[in-house]
Ligand binder design. Structure first.
Ligand code: NAD
Ligand code: 0WE
Length: 256
């Protein structure tokens, strides 16, 4: 008996085996969920397909979240293959690399728009398409955020502003979808080595800083994030919506 036996879910944001969304997918699958996967572009298909295959996924679909037609096609195929949906995992973020290098002050209009579109607006677009498929089924939508939304983290810049927007979107979506029984929550994860954090200058120092300052005196793993994702996806969290839950070894509670 698994916590998610008979549930159907869709995972957005797997790029490779280090992706937080992949750790979440494995955990949800282990508890009995049947999962569909999306990949952002053709270049990632060869990475995502074998991972999805290993969990017996029948639906593996392209979805660049900046493209409305691709979002529509994904949910059409989920509708015809699954019929309904219980779980949606959003693990997507993007900003121009140059915007994560120097000052926030220099962010261009286009760079700001891109970060908001991919990293924040996409949750609302996906939730709007998922909601009809979750009708009457106690659906759970979850996303991933980072502490740079609320405090200044050097070089997180335009992504911090996009994550603030994402977290506010979680609250507004939770209010809109709550009457339908659909819950919307975010996990604020501590820094984890993934494709999205590779090549960020100073990332290793960040990991060392957390290790020195966080109450648990260590960093968190994607598997630990996945544990909270399982809780949020399952009935264990049936009374929880609109929340941002920290999985950060306690780092965020410290003042000094
Ligand atoms: P990742 O690179 O594995 O995942 C990011 C995903 O976003 C990739 O799968 C990528 O394909 C996808 N993506 C980017 N642009 C897209 C687009 N236009 N359409 C569709 N998909 C697109 O890295 P990750 O660290 O697993 O990141 C997952 C989430 O976790 C992100 O929201 C990130 O902000 C968040 N997060 C990461 C950390 C960390 O330190 N790694 C900490 C807290 C929160
Ligand atoms: O959300 C993130 C990273 C998101 C991200 C990463 C990249 C790198 C490659 C968004 N867009 C891009 N664009 C690219 O071209 N994290 C929480 C990880 C992260 O990124 C940082 C961090 C942390 C933590 C950037 C600067 C400072 C800290």
């Amino acid at each position: 008996m698994g916590l998610l036996d008979g549930r159907k879910g869709i995972i957005f944001g797997v790029a490779n085996e280090k992706s937080i969304a992949w750790a979440i997918a494995q955990k949800l699958h282990k508890e009995g969920a049947e999962l569909a996967f999306t990949f952002a572009g053709e270049a990632l298909e060869k990475r995502v397909r074998p991972l999805a295959d290993s969990l017996g996924a029948k639906l593996i679909l392209q979805c660049d979240v900046t493209k409305d037609d691709q979002i529509e096609a994904v949910f059409r195929q989920v509708q015809s293959s699954f019929g309904h949906l219980d779980i949606l995992v959003h693990g997507i973020a993007f900003a121009n690399k140059e915007d994560l290098k120097t000052d926030f002050l220099n962010t261009s209009r286009d760079g700001f728009r891109l970060a908001q579109d991919v990293s924040a607006y996409s949750l609302t677009a996906l939730a709007r398409h998922a909601a009809p498929l979750m009708q009457g089924r106690a659906g759970s939508i979850l996303t991933l955020t980072y502490y740079g939304s609320e405090k200044v983290i050097p070089r997180y810049n335009v992504m911090g502003v996009a994550k603030a927007s994402l977290e506010a979107s979680v609250r507004y979506l939770a209010a809109d979808l709550g009457p339908k029984g659909i819950r919307v929550n975010a996990i604020s994860a501590g820094p984890i080595r993934t494709l999205a954090s590779a090549g960020i200058s100073g990332f290793l120092e960040m990991l060392h800083h957390v290790e020195a300052k966080a109450p648990l005196r260590r960093n968190v793993t994607a598997e630990e994030v996945a544990g909270t994702a399982l809780y949020l996806a399952s009935d264990l969290s049936s009374g929880v919506t609109g929340e941002v839950i920290y999985v950060d070894a306690g780092y965020n509670i410290m003042g000094m």
